[in-house]
Design a binder for this molecule. Structure first.
Ligand code: AMP
Length: 476
């Protein structure tokens, strides 16, 4: 409705006054505006006096531009898991803190320094999971999965939390996928988990080496630790402070030491393979034989001791060489955990796992510019001119989707030029254009975006005609 015409005010010479001295009375229902406030539309991007809240240190958003990588890695893990007969499991991010205190071992870096532990509002001590194996075991026990035919093969995907010092490839929230096989002691299980892991990397084209070792059973380790401690004591003066501390608390962790000065001592240290029982040694040899048979290359790394207490017998890590930094990057770790289920209250049950870090795999794919499977892209763009044609366009879009044809649109736009530019920019091969004339005639213009050739087709037949054009359906 047009605004009522006001009587033109008589022309008067005036001087603009910045602010009215007296506040005009506020009309009923009008918003209250402070004198010094302006009534300008606030800018969405910058609201004055409001500090923007930033991400916590070590946390990252996964932005739309990266979702392509995440989807590819997720689908690869899912395919491998399904091909090897694994079922998906999702466990909560928040767990009872004692699950990890008992499961991972008190004298581990994760438990001592990195876990997010806090009291919730009921004063229960809870933890943001630092890894998922302990959670999977809890679920296996809690839901009586030990009653099912064994082994139980499970895979997961989700965020983990460790309060570490952030750097490239190291975050405080990071993602892991994982394969877990519970209820089977055969060495073929270890080999299968390694094979699945190997496929995950090599099918993307990431060159990897499997570092493998056996940590034996606790009896083997007791004998080995005595020898190791004796050896390191004899070289006390040549080792770093951290090695001295680790020797007291968790002796095998001295083999993790990266200090330059400790390397010669480490290289000549006693090796655990020489302290394995026949049972543990046979198991290890069998795993290696299976890997040989599968043609999976590995490197026997006698100093590989994984940071968690629950590992028994086979342990492995997948590493890739970082040419830029001339170093090796650990992409994932895994191994056998034959005592964890008992430790968490179950019957003695052998098991094996691996947990690939997702960010580190994506970093490799990006750095090496490896090709990923083609993305699902729209085959047709639906353009419209005005409200009436927009309604028809919405119907056509829904019909195309129901026919399994991926379409794109910008229904909020009015200009045909802008819409066709959008279709061009996205390299969409066809466009359907609906204007007033087409609405009246019950037709739609089908445009080949490459050649610009257009034809008018029946509105109701448009999806089928396009299908034929795209070679998705044969002509009758
Ligand atoms: P772990 O559970 O410690 O055996 O780690 C297995 C894999 O998870 C590592 O090889 C990394 O790929 C990944 N990972 C572990 N910690 C982090 C972290 N803080 N940030 C990013 N990835 C991590």
């Amino acid at each position: 409705m047009a605004a009522p015409k006001k009587k033109p005010a008589p022309a008067k010479k005036t001087v603009a006054r910045p602010v009215a001295k007296k506040e005009a009375p506020r009309k009923a229902g009008a918003p209250f505006v402070k004198k010094e406030m302006t009534v300008e539309k606030p800018s969405v991007a910058a609201v004055p006096n409001k500090k923007q809240i930033q991400l916590l240190r070590g946390m990252k958003d996964i932005l739309p531009r990266d979702q392509y990588y995440w989807k590819a890695v997720y689908e690869k893990m899912q395919n491998i898991a399904e091909d090897f007969g694994f079922d998906r499991i999702d466990t909560p991010i928040l767990e009872d803190a004692s699950l990890f205190l008992r499961g991972l071992g008190k004298v581990t870096d994760i438990v001592e320094k990195e876990m997010y532990v806090f009291e919730d509002r009921d004063a229960d001590k809870v933890t943001l999971r630092p890894e998922a194996t302990a959670s999977v075991v809890r679920a296996y026990l809690q839901h009586g999965m030990w009653n099912q035919p064994q082994p139980v093969k499970l895979w997961y995907w989700g965020p983990m939390f460790r309060h570490e010092r952030p750097q490239e490839g190291r975050q405080r929230q990071f993602w892991q996928g994982g394969f877990e096989i519970l209820g089977d002691s055969s060495p073929v299980i270890d080999a299968m988990v390694i094979q699945m892991t190997y496929l995950l990397y090599t099918e993307f084209g990431v060159p990897v080496t499997i570092h493998i070792n056996s940590m034996g059973m606790p009896e083997d380790r007791t004998r080995y630790k005595m020898e190791l401690v004796q050896y390191y004591r004899a070289h006390r003066n040549e080792t770093c402070e951290q090695c001295k501390a680790r020797l007291m608390k968790n002796p095998m962790r001295v083999l993790d030491c990266k200090e330059e000065g400790c390397q010669p001592i480490k290289a000549n240290a006693p090796q655990i393979v020489d302290y394995l029982s026949n049972y543990s040694r046979d198991h290890f040899m069998k795993v290696l034989e299976y890997l040989d048979e599968l043609g999976i290359p590995y490197f026997l790394n006698h100093t590989l001791v994984r940071g968690l207490d629950y590992y028994t017998k086979t342990v492995f890590e997948v590493v890739t060489s970082d040419e830029e930094q001339g170093s090796q990057t650990a992409l994932c770790g895994g191994g056998r955990y034959d005592l964890l289920i008992e430790e968490l209250g179950g019957k003695p049950t052998p098991a094996c796992c691996v947990a690939p870090g997702i960010e580190r795999l994506i970093l490799q794919i990006k750095k090496r510019q490896l090709p990923l499977p083609p993305q699902r892209l729209p085959k047709v763009y639906v353009a419209q001119l005005g409200d009436l044609s927009r309604r028809k366009a919405m119907v056509l879009f829904a019909r195309l989707r129901a026919e399994g044809i991926m379409a794109d649109q910008d229904f909020s736009k009015g200009s045909l030029k802008a819409q066709l530019e959008s279709a061009n920019a996205k390299k969409i091969p066809f466009a359907f254009v609906i204007g007033q004339k087409e609405v009246q005639e019950g037709t739609v213009i089908m445009r080949d975006m490459d050649s610009g050739v257009q034809e008018t087709v029946d509105f109701n037949k448009a999806p089928q005609i396009l299908k034929r054009k795209l070679g998705l359906e044969k002509a009758e």
